[in-house]
Design a protein around this ligand. Structure first.
Ligand code: CAA
Length: 240
């Protein structure tokens, strides 16, 4: 029987590439999305991947949503915490609301999704958790005190949980994409984006499919000895 993979924010951007790559590898995939019904429907129509609408920043909603996925598809073996938002502003202009929105989605969301699945993975003695962090959680980024804090938090969460999961056959890893050609990066003003591309030694933005292939590897049986790691894929922009 094929393994079940749940990808948050899995119908757009990097998440859509991850969902389709996992499906191509034979996983049964469920993709969550927060708001854009039209894009989610179009994604399901094109790929046949089932989509579920809920807000990862709300714990009870995650519990209910995960129960619906498991009733439809069976126990979740692979969780990809990909859902993320930006609310960029220089710190002196950043509102408490911009801080909260990003922390709730990008950091609390990872707790809210992983926690309800954790005991099931422990009981079945198998699990794969991938947390999509960011280059900006590693190096910090101007106008992203909120995002950088959340994404750095995701790396700490990964390292702690990897130690708890290891004996139960669960691996927990983080991936830090650099600047990838998605709507999120295209929303950065062109002049700033150009200056960012100029800092990338490969001379280009990354492709979402390049991150998806990292996920496919880390969730495979071949990667069973890799846990607590941070896989950096940023074109050489920041070397840790
Ligand atoms: N480094 C240094 N200075 C910068 C800067 C940077 N990266 N970006 C902007 N500034 C400067 C501006 O030039 C400006 O300087 P002056 O006042 O001397 O002109 C000052 O900071 C602030 O400018 P504004 O008052 O115009 O700021 P604003 O309130 O309009 O905000 C902004 C503009 C939202 C910060 C905009 O510059 C921006 O979007 N920057 C990009 C931030 C970024 O890189 N975000 C990453 C998004 S992609 C992502 O997050 C995915 C991932 O994981 C990689």
């Amino acid at each position: 029987m094929s393994r079940v993979a749940l990808v948050t924010g899995g119908s757009r951007g990097i998440g859509a590439a991850i969902s389709t790559a996992l499906k191509a590898e034979g996983y049964t995939v469920a993709a969550t999305y927060a708001g854009n019904d039209q894009k989610a429907e179009a994604f399901t129509g094109k790929t046949g991947i089932k989509t579920y609408k809920w807000d990862v920043s709300d714990y009870e909603t995650c519990v209910t949503g995960i129960a619906a996925v498991e009733a439809d598809l069976g126990p979740v073996d692979v969780l990809v915490n990909n859902a993320g938002i930006t609310r960029d502003a220089p710190f002196h202009k950043m509102s408490r609301e911009q801080w909260d929105e990003v922390i709730r989605t990008n950091l609390d969301g990872v707790f809210n999704m992983t926690h309800p699945l954790w005991n099931g993975m422990r009981e079945r003695k198998f699990g794969r958790v991938i947390n999509i962090s960011s280059i900006n959680g590693q190096k910090g980024q101007f106008a992203q005190a909120n995002y950088s804090a959340a994404k750095a938090g995701d790396i700490g969460f990964t390292k702690a949980l990897a130690q708890e999961g290891a004996r139960a056959g669960i691996t927990v890893n983080a991936i830090c994409p650099g600047y990838i050609a998605t709507e999120m990066v295209m929303a950065v003003p062109e002049k700033i984006r150009d200056s960012i591309v100029a800092q990338i030694p490969t001379g280009r933005l990354g492709e979402a499919s390049e991150i998806a292939r990292c996920v496919v590897f880390l969730v495979s049986d071949d990667a069973g000895f890799i846990t607590g790691s941070t896989l950096t894929a940023n074109g050489g922009q920041y070397i840790t």
